[in-house]
Each structure stands twice: as C-alpha cells, then as structure tokens.
Design a protein. Structure first.
Length: 223
C-alpha cells in the first residue's frame, strides 16, 4: 500500500523483510511482517486408511515433498540424497510437476485439501529442500500433523521452523540423507509431538489478518 507521504509493505517473514530492505533500499520500518497461518484442520489430520492409500497408490512408508516444482525447490539435491541412501523409504511428490523420476519415487499431482492432509499425515517425514523460500507453509502443516520435518538451513525456514525441524545446509547430499534417515528412524529426535504441534499453533490466519489490518492502518495514518 502506498500514498503520497507514506507506505507499508507486508512480508510473511522477517527474513524476507530484511532482504527487501537491503535489495530494494527500502526503509525497514516501513515493512510489516505478517506471518501466514495454519488451517486448524491440519491438527486433526490422520494417515490414509487402506482404501485411500490404494486409491492414491501410496507405499506403506514414504518421504514427502509437497508443493510445486521449480528451480529454487532443490529437487535435484533431494533426489541425489535419496538415491545415495537405498535404506530410505520411497519419495512421494505431491503437487504440480514436472518432478524428477526414479524407480523409488511416486508422483501424485494435484490433490484435494482432504487428500493432501491425509498424505502429509501419513508421511514418515516431510522434506522441503528449497534454496530460497518466502515462508514455507508445508513445514508448519506437517508439524501440525505431527510429522517430522527436514528442510534447508536458510533464513526464512529457520524462522518458520524454529527449533522443531532438522536443518541442513543447501547442497549437502550426505547431510540431507542422514537427516532424513534420522527423521524416519527416530521421529522425535528433534522435537516431541507436543512441541511440533504447539509451534505450529502459534501461526494463525487470525493473527495474519490482525497484523495486515494494522499495517493498513499504519499506512493510512501516515498520509
């Protein structure tokens, strides 16, 4: 929002706010952080029952990437790490591709909200290997579903994940494989179920709306 004498810029994380201020030479005080929220339905998500598992052709155990494919998503790194660890469960991709293919990967494409929640809840771990993110909502949705999270150690994901996810330096193939292995075999190594759910519960759409309205009021008041 802009006016003749003032403006407000909303970003989902402080990491993005800092980047905008630095790269676009914007006054940091004009940038308001309005974190996204987690739909309450994620907290009651349950793994797929046999009928749904069969319909979606899901393996009994799997690692999950949920989101759109793209150069910044780090999927080449993920597939290299997965290929280097044959003891890991199959890799499932949910979302618009194209995704890397292998004899140990499954592509689900677009899913309904209900199917996506059950696919996330049934995963051994969710992995988000992005080299760049503005927020990373799948991280919190997985935590709300009590699923371990492995993601890249970058500012936005550090901010959103807190101390409830395994963070791996981008491009570290061995490190990513080991973090996934730990998540599969010791799902509470990084955070307990209660800690994951409590962390995700801090992010609500009500709070996002309140902060956004406050940003609009601040901009309007600066005219």
């Amino acid at each position: 929002m802009t006016s003749a004498s003032g403006c407000a810029i909303c970003t989902p994380t402080a990491a993005v706010a800092d980047s905008v201020a630095e790269r676009l030479d914007v006054d940091r005080d004009k940038i308001e952080v309005t974190p996204l929220g987690v739909n309450p339905a994620w907290f009651t998500a349950r793994p797929p029952e046999d009928e749904r598992r069969t319909k979606l052709r899901l393996p009994s155990r799997y690692l999950l990437f949920a989101g759109a494919a793209g150069p910044r998503k780090g999927l080449d790194w993920l597939t290299r790490a997965h290929a280097s660890a044959p003891d890991l469960p199959d890799l499932v991709f949910a979302g618009p591709g194209p995704f890397p293919r292998s004899d140990r990967s499954r592509h689900l494409g677009y899913l309904s909200d209900v199917d996506l929640r059950t696919v996330v809840a049934g995963a051994s771990a969710l992995v988000l290997p992005s080299r760049d993110e503005g927020f990373g909502l799948p991280v919190l949705e997985a935590m709300a579903s009590d699923v371990p999270v492995v993601c890249t150690d970058i500012p936005a994901l550090r901010e959103v994940a807190g101390d409830c996810a395994s963070l791996v330096s981008y491009g570290d193939v061995e490190g990513l494989a080991e973090a996934l292995r730990t998540a599969v075999h010791d799902p509470h190594a990084v955070a307990t179920s209660a800690a994951r759910r409590a962390h995700a519960a801090n992010f609500t759409w009500y709070n996002c709306a309140e902060l956004t309205v406050a940003a609009y009021r601040k901009a309007a008041g600066s005219r």
